[in-house]
Ligand binder design. Structure first.
Ligand SMILES: [Zn+2]
Length: 111
């Protein structure tokens, strides 16, 4: 997996941990994340800083739309929206040669 994709996946995992905490903490969510999870939010910041701003922007939009931002391609199909990718794109994703997005749903793709 591309390094940047690995970071995106990690970012998403960390975001989910924080979100779970926010659900548990309820009302105070935007104000306070317990110290126990400070390292998680620190890591989130670290990952965000390490990724291109454009990628982070797209990631945030996907998250806002409640979408899983990074999905696998199986048999040439985006596993986010099940759109059948053009053969060329599916092959490029498989070759892991760069950053790819699903032309239908905009999620980041990996194989
Ligand atoms: Zn898709």
């Amino acid at each position: 997996m591309e390094e940047f994709l690995a970071k995106l996946v990690q970012l998403h995992e960390h975001d989910l941990i924080i979100r779970e905490q926010q659900v548990i903490l309820g009302k105070s969510r935007t104000i306070h994340i317990s110290d126990e999870y400070k390292h998680v939010s620190d890591r989130i910041q670290e990952l965000r800083d390490a990724l291109p701003a454009e990628v982070v922007g797209k990631y945030d939009r996907l998250i806002k739309g409640k979408k899983v931002p990074v999905v696998k391609v199986v048999s040439g199909q985006c596993q986010g929206c099940f759109y059948k990718l053009p053969t060329g794109l599916a092959m490029e994703v498989k070759a892991n040669a760069g950053i790819y997005e699903c032309p239908n749903c905009g999620r980041f793709l990996y194989s």
